[in-house]
Write a protein that binds this ligand. Structure first.
Ligand SMILES: Nc1ncnc2c1ncn2[C@@H]1O[C@H](COP(=O)(O)OP(=O)(O)O)[C@@H](O)[C@H]1O
Ligand SMILES: [Mg+2]
Length: 247
């Protein structure tokens, strides 16, 4: 379980997070939604120690990780993997070696063993048949799946997906959604998905938190969002250009 408690974060005069509290339960697919610039990426970066809050706490399975040192964050980053929005693969390496790279870096294993483990992760995302091909042979959706396989190499309990379907064609986006859902259902992975892709949100979210003007506007199920009387939420989830939402 991940708990964000009353998180405040400013950059100079810009108050990005103003007391955000939310809880992500183990095994669920939890979406963080909100307009571009709302502070979604800023929030999740606190979980892996890429940012530190001005105040508030981050609790991971009961352990307060807010004030850990950089070194103390290493094991946390193995437990919580992040798939960055612009995750890129090395063009000069096969898909297999791209995925084997973090295994080689973090585990004392032979090249052969690293490739064996990498193959397992490629199989998990349905790309094992393409292992010896190069990133340039594939479109964004396939490359995204390989980036996800790479994030899974150290068997993380928590995976943060930062806009996994942005700039991905609709069919590939659907594959990525299904993969995220399957990782949770079949492998017990807890996913935090940052997105404003309405199709993903209403397709696979167990729970959704919407951030607006530095605060949590609503935290609930898809039904809670559909039934919310809040006009800002309705504007967002219906994708209406006109409305009360200030962006
Ligand atoms: N390291 C940083 N330094 C200064 N401003 C930042 C930094 N990171 C994010 N911001 C600002 O914080 C706000 C929220 O950013 P972000 O969390 O990336 O938005 P989004 O919800 O689109 O992910 C933006 O206005 C952004 O410019
Ligand atoms: Mg972002």
């Amino acid at each position: 379980m991940i708990e964000f408690k009353d998180i405040y974060k400013s950059f100079g005069p810009k108050h990005v997070l103003r007391g955000v509290s939310l809880t992500v339960n183990t095994g669920e697919v939890f979406f963080v939604i909100g307009a571009s610039g709302a502070g979604k990426s800023v929030l999740v970066k606190h979980l892996v120690g890429l940012l530190r809050p001005d105040s508030g706490q981050i609790i991971l399975d009961g352990e307060d990780i807010t004030s850990l040192t950089e070194k103390e964050f290493y094991p946390i980053r193995k437990r919580c993997a992040m798939v960055f929005q612009n995750a890129t693969l090395f063009d000069s390496m096969t898909l297999l070696d791209n995925v084997a790279l973090p295994i080689r870096k973090h585990k004392r294993v032979s090249v052969k063993e690293a490739r064996r483990q990498a193959m397992e992760k490629l199989a998990l995302v349905g790309m094992e048949g393409e292992a010896l091909r190069y990133p340039a042979d594939f479109g964004d959706g396939m490359r995204k799946k390989v980036a996800i396989a790479r994030a899974l190499t150290l068997d993380p309990e928590f995976v943060i997906f930062d806009e996994p379907t942005t700039n991905v064609d609709p069919i590939s986006a659907n594959m990525v959604d299904k993969l995220i859902r399957r990782l949770s259902d079949d492998h017990g992975v807890t996913s935090i998905v940052i997105s404003h892709d309405l199709r993903s949100i209403f397709g696979i979210a167990d729970r959704i938190a919407m951030i607006y003007q530095g605060n949590l506007l609503l935290d609930g199920t898809r039904e809670d969002f559909k039934n919310s009387p809040n006009p800002i939420i309705q504007q967002f989830i219906q994708g209406q250009p006109e409305g009360p939402m200030e962006v």
